[in-house]
Design a protein around this ligand. Structure first.
Ligand code: MLT
Length: 265
């Protein structure tokens, strides 16, 4: 099993394929399994690396963390496995980590992919909601958190027409340790605003959003697109917050197109 010792923690990652390293970071409270379709579709054109961030999936760890700390872990991991420079993509919380990474390690990025995510930090209402959710995780564990989150994760059409995706997503969420959920909620609550850094992003950037994402809606993606000079926006039809799982072919196609353009530019 590919495990690297990083900053005192064992980090798991899956990798497949050869070529330009494409690193995909999962969202909350998820793990590398959300990228199954993209690993399958993109390994023919890139070296696809899907880590489990500290505390998630097979990267078992009970300590608290910040999103900046997760970005630092990632830099060490990618250096150790000779995967830099890379194209770095992040889904939702993974996007927050990707933005933290780009602030510190911009020179190691060939490209950036921001999927169903936002650059702004939490507003006061969202911060208060994080504290309520931390209590829920403490009292009810990961299944209570999954139950609370599920109705907003998928487009209504996905939830109805693709029960397999819904049950897979719920199973991944329920397998996340309750302690990691609490740590991640605190880390997201306390993350800085990445908007001022957007105008300084020089790497070609692909922004992807589900047209029915209610957690990080298309307006948040459009705001990032306006600020990042070298960005392209791809709106995925028939997807909510989990576009890589809900509409895997559309998402893989957008990423493949981006990688091909990078290779020829
Ligand atoms: C995620 O999908 O990673 C989270 O829902 C993001 C968030 O809660 O801000």
């Amino acid at each position: 099993m590919p495990i690297q010792s990083v900053n005192g923690s064992n980090l798991y990652y899956h990798e497949s394929g050869k070529g330009i390293p494409l690193v995909l970071l999962h969202g909350f409270p998820l793990d590398h399994r959300v990228w199954q379709a993209q690993v399958h579709d993109l390994a023919a054109v890139s070296r696809v690396i899907t880590p489990d961030l500290r505390g998630f999936g097979k990267s078992i760890n009970n300590s608290t963390f910040t999103l900046q700390g997760l970005a630092e872990d990632l830099y060490v991991l990618l250096s150790q496995i000779h995967a830099l420079p890379c194209v770095l993509g992040g889904l939702s919380m993974g996007g927050y980590v990707a933005l933290a990474y780009q602030r510190q390690y911009a020179s190691t990025l060939r490209g950036l992919i921001l999927i169903d995510t936002r650059a702004a930090s939490d507003d006061p209402e969202t911060r208060a909601g994080r504290d309520i959710m931390i209590e829920l995780a403490r009292a009810g564990g990961s299944s209570a958190v999954a139950e609370k989150m599920m109705p907003r994760m998928l487009a209504p059409a996905t939830a109805q027409s693709n029960p397999a995706v819904a049950s897979e997503l719920r199973a991944i969420m329920e397998s996340c340790p309750a302690q990691t959920i609490q740590h991640a909620l605190a880390a997201m609550r306390d993350r800085p605003d990445s908007r001022p850094a957007l105008t300084r992003i020089a790497a070609p950037t692909l922004i992807i959003v589900g047209d029915s994402d209610v957690i990080t809606p298309p307006a948040a993606a459009e705001e990032m697109h306006k600020s990042v000079a070298s960005s392209t926006l791809s709106v995925i039809t028939g997807a909510g917050h989990m576009s890589p799982m809900e509409q895997p072919q559309q998402v893989s196609r957008a990423i493949k197109h981006f990688l091909v353009k990078l290779a020829t530019s």
